[in-house]
Design a protein around this ligand. Structure first.
Ligand SMILES: [Zn+2]
Length: 179
């Protein structure tokens, strides 16, 4: 009696525990502009009078992307893995965080399929640097650049002229070779 009753339940549990084919992740970040520090966005150094302060090198785009990757596999976020209170991460190249997140995505049995991100900042203008940033993010994620969406907007009416904001979403797909 118990056998026949248990069989369907086991199937259901197995189904619930199996890995979904695709998952999405979302990340958001903001940093304040400060004078006399270098500006890095998407792993690219940009010429500007101000840089972004705060955690590591202040690369708001790589931080949002890192959180999107971590979120896609329901892992702890960037602040938990690399706390800004830890002096080890002061001034760190944020590609270190993105690569670690990518490693975790792969270890979970997934591959990044595509990424889409929006930067919101008053200056500098991103247009002239957008291709370089896409190339660099693609390189860091081992993806072709045409899988990297990147838009930039100015913060109309947000009263955040001294901040850079980044939103990012990522789609990950289960690898067929996944254990
Ligand atoms: Zn950040």
């Amino acid at each position: 009696m118990s056998k026949t009753k248990n069989q369907p339940r086991r199937k259901t549990e197995k189904g619930r525990n199996s890995k979904p084919l695709t998952r999405i992740g979302y990340g958001w970040d903001s940093h304040e502009f400060e004078t006399s520090i270098p500006l890095k966005l998407g792993g690219v150094s940009l010429p500007h009078s101000h840089g972004l302060g705060g955690h590591s090198d202040g690369d708001v785009l790589l931080h949002a992307l890192t959180d999107a990757l971590l979120g896609a596999i329901a892992a702890p976020d960037i602040g938990s893995l690399f706390p800004s209170s830890d002096p080890r991460w002061k001034g760190t190249d944020s590609s270190v965080f993105l690569r670690e997140a990518l490693k975790r995505v792969r270890a979970a049995g997934y591959a990044v399929s595509s990424v889409d991100a929006t930067l919101i900042l008053l200056a500098p203008r991103i247009g002239p640097h957008a291709e370089k940033i896409r190339q660099r993010v693609a390189e860091l994620l081992d993806l072709p650049p045409d899988r990297i969406g990147l838009k930039a907007k100015t913060p109309e009416g947000l009263k955040t002229d001294n901040a850079a904001i980044a939103h990012a979403v990522v789609l990950i797909e289960r690898r067929s070779t996944a254990a």
